[in-house]
Design a protein around this ligand. Structure first.
Ligand code: PAF
Length: 282
């Protein structure tokens, strides 16, 4: 595996790969890799010839009171994991390399970013779509793999690709969970033992929603209130529990049959904010 830290070298390598007729797959990450990321790298391998994994903790997607400074980092461990999972090139730029002092340009997707995570974290998606655009221009992929764990992020990026005619395919990979159901996240390391045990209630509440809907419940307020009741049996503080159309992110009041819906939630355990979701067809 080759490690690259400059934009110029990464672009040159990507050009070389394209000249050789190789299909490039990119997996953008913020590092502190876990099984979820490794599954994205493996899926990229199945869909491309040369795999670039990027590691960059992107400052522009964190709000002023968020965890940018303490976001977990371990490049040695990440390097080994990325290589074992099948990465050919690990792109690890510095913040100075990615954002010059006079960086004035941002990419924004409207509407889809006003709700859910975008409402709770203003400017977050502007940071995500800007860095993802930059990473695409630097790594020149044919295919990019993102996780469904960040469902709204994947939906926003797919819309950006469509609206701005990016010439690449997005693959959204299923959520990888611990044995007890907790969705894998680099932020899970922040949880103390009690919070880690309690956090399983999030995936349980999503399973509850799936069961209620499978049994015929169509009123979203009923599903949301049952999920809320379950989550609040723990110390969790709910940011939102929501049922929306999985493409437009418009809220449903009653679920129409055939609809593809995103059931998502965000909750805090102490100072740790976790998100989880499921996408189902009614
Ligand atoms: O999902 C993430 O880890 C980040 O939001 C991404 C896509 C790597 C952009 O920084």
């Amino acid at each position: 595996m080759k490690m690259v830290s400059t934009i110029a070298e990464m672009q040159r390598l990507a050009d070389d790969l394209r000249c050789q007729g190789k299909r490039i797959g990119v997996v953008p990450t913020m590092g502190y890799l876990h099984e979820g990321h490794l599954s994205l790298i493996k899926i990229a391998r199945q869909n491309a010839d040369s795999i670039i994994t990027t590691i960059f903790v992107n400052p522009t997607q964190f709000g002023p009171d968020e965890d940018f400074a303490k976001y977990p980092r371990d490049l040695d461990r990440d390097t080994k994991l990325a290589e074992t999972a099948g990465t050919d090139i690990l792109f690890v730029p510095s913040a100075e390399e990615m954002y010059r002092d006079d960086h004035f340009t941002y990419v924004t997707v409207e509407k889809l970013t006003d709700v859910l995570e975008g409402k709770a974290r203003p400017m977050h998606f502007r940071g995500v779509t800007t860095i993802v655009t930059k990473l695409f221009n630097i790594t020149k992929p044919h295919v990019a793999v993102f996780g469904q764990k960040d469902a709204q992020q994947a939906i926003v990026i797919e819309r950006m690709i469509r609206d701005l005619n990016f010439d690449l395919r997005i693959i959204v990979a299923p959520i990888v969970r611990d044995n007890d159901g907790l969705a894998m996240s680099s932020r899970n390391v922040y949880l103390c033992q009690r919070e880690r045990i309690e956090s399983t209630v999030l995936s349980q509440s999503l399973r509850l929603a799936e069961t209620l809907i499978a049994q015929g419940e169509r009123k979203c307020s009923t599903v949301i209130s049952e999920m809320t009741k379950l989550i609040t049996t723990t110390s969790a503080k709910i940011d939102y529990v929501s049922i929306v159309d999985a493409e437009t992110l418009r809220e449903y009041i009653t679920l129409p049959s055939g609809a593809r819906v995103l059931i998502s939630l965000a909750a805090r355990f102490g100072t740790t904010r976790l998100i989880d979701n499921t996408i189902i067809t009614v």
